[in-house]
Ligand binder design. Structure first.
Ligand SMILES: Cc1cc2nc3c(=O)[nH]c(=O)nc-3n(C[C@H](O)[C@H](O)[C@H](O)COP(=O)(O)OP(=O)(O)OC[C@H]3O[C@@H](n4cnc5c(N)ncnc54)[C@H](O)[C@@H]3O)c2cc1C
Length: 437
């Protein structure tokens, strides 16, 4: 992208780029549109924990946001043109409509650019915002910025959304996504002082030290996302189908928090795949749990499914409780992905697993962690127990447990429920629900 020149129009009214789930400089249509306006740019992030903004971010995702915003501010600082001020990332909290109106009043901002989020609640809030800004003559411009294709560009034969995956997938593969946009090399900033907030004042980091290991595992931001993608394309992607379910192996990309915060866009991933060593032949479709989740803020999909099935089907606890726990503990916590996957696991919702599909945790453990390497890593109390007993230590003979230094009920808990009984109970409950329906 070429250097933008600052407009010579009266007092060079700035434009605002309101960043939301698109915290990146590369392939960011709203930022590119702001750069093309040739006006001073005010990049803005609003922390809005109110209901109109969707659901307030919780624990692990707030940790991520904290670090991402610090890195993003530095990236904007580096975009200065050399002749005027650099574009400074402005942090504000409160209702978006109030923040934006205040900013327009104090700076005379002429246009607000943002990318669409595809969240129905946010869409409704955006429509209201557009109406609220109209009297001031400020244009609110939403760009298509997140998806591989806009949802209404991919419709089934009858004109509605696809309801079956395979035809959707076939149609998607015929699509030629346009090339990703480069990051602006320089942007004119807005010179006059604008009141912003300090990120430290937002208190986004956990107070308990729970995040002690996060920084070792994650690098929030575009650099971290690009490194994950490169590593995935070089290594794990070749046998994604064969390794993705095995928790002791890397197997999957771990891109989810980067995608969730929009540090990398699906279109960039798609292009990297097509250009990568696999030449586009990789099948994207092929594309201790609670301790790992707690310590790293992440779990691979299979473990999320097993945990979910155990909570909802073995323990008969409503999926909303599991969803809320994940919302707090996942760095990739995403409203749609989290809720719909919990509904899938529970056998309810638009796209659900059959209610009678109940994961057997021991069988899953034996199948996907045959040597117990994953269990040993996250449950060191069981380290000395050999497979297959490590998958169900409560069945081991007393002598074996003693030799392994395990005391059931003390150093390692007894099972809170036996799966064989829990399964029968769940099937009876679901069957009764089905008859009542
Ligand atoms: C109960 C439950 C809750 C979940 N909650 C979330 C959540 O809050 N946020 C979230 O991003 N994902 C969620 N998932 C989906 C999935 O587990 C994660 O996206 C995946 O584990 C991320 O790891 P990865 O990036 O290595 O995935 P990869 O296997 O490398 O896949 C690449 C990308 O594809 C997308 N993806 C992969 N699997 C799924 C899926 N099942 N559903 C939706 N997108 C998928 C993700 O964006 C992921 O980053 C949930 C799954 C379950 C069963």
């Amino acid at each position: 992208m070429r250097k933008s020149r600052v407009s010579s129009e009266p007092a060079a009214r700035p434009v605002v780029v309101w960043l939301r789930n698109d915290l990146r400089l590369r392939d960011n249509p709203a930022l590119a549109a702001a750069a093309a306006s040739a006006r001073p740019v005010i990049p803005l992030y609003i922390l809005d924990d109110g209901p109109s903004a969707g659901r307030a971010l919780a624990g692990a995702a707030r940790w991520w946001l904290h670090h991402r915003l610090i890195a993003l501010a530095a990236s904007f600082d580096a975009l200065g043109t050399g002749v005027g001020p650099a574009p400074r990332l402005l942090l504000r909290s409160g209702r978006a409509v109030d923040v934006l109106q205040d900013l327009i009043a104090s700076t005379g901002a002429a246009r607000i650019f943002c990318n669409r989020t595809y969240d129905p609640l946010v869409d409704a809030a955006d429509a209201a915002l557009e109406t609220a800004l109209r009297p001031a003559g400020v244009a609110f411009e939403r760009c298509a910025g997140g998806m591989l294709a806009e949802p209404d560009a991919l419709l089934a034969g009858g004109g509605g959304p696809f309801r079956i995956f395979t035809p959707f997938w076939n149609r998607l593969q015929r699509l030629e996504p346009t090339a990703p946009l480069s990051a602006p090399r320089a942007l004119p900033g807005y010179g006059a002082p604008v009141a912003g907030e300090r990120i430290e004042a937002w208190g986004l980091l956990p107070r308990t030290g729970w995040d002690a290991q996060f920084a070792r595992l994650w690098l929030p931001g575009e650099r971290g996302a690009a490194a994950r993608l490169r590593a995935f394309l070089r290594g794990q992607s070749a046998d994604y189908r064969g390794t993705r379910d095995f928790p002791a192996l890397e197997g999957t990309s771990r891109l989810s928090p980067h995608l969730r915060f929009g540090e990398i866009r699906v279109r960039q991933v798609w292009h990297a795949f097509l250009r990568g060593p696999a030449g586009g032949r990789i099948e994207l479709t092929g594309a201790g749990f609670l301790r790992e989740l707690w310590q790293t803020g992440w779990l691979r999909n299979r473990l999320r499914m097993i945990v979910g099935s155990f909570l909802v089907k073995d323990l008969l606890i409503a999926w909303q409780h599991g969803e809320a726990w994940f919302w707090d503990t996942l760095v990739d916590a995403d409203r749609a992905n989290n809720a719909l996957n919990w509904q899938w696991v529970s056998g309810c919702g638009v796209d659900a697993a059959p209610y009678f599909r109940i994961f057997n945790p021991v069988a899953q453990s034996r199948r996907f962690d045959p040597d117990g390497a994953y269990l040993r890593k996250w449950i060191p109390e069981l380290r000395a127990l050999a497979a297959p007993l490590i998958h169900e230590p409560w069945t081991a003979a007393a002598g074996m447990l003693a030799a392994a230094g395990i005391s059931l009920g003390e150093s390692y808990p007894r099972p809170i429920i036996l799966h064989s009984e829990a399964r029968k109970r769940a099937l009876a409950v679901f069957e009764a629900m089905r008859r009542r329906a």
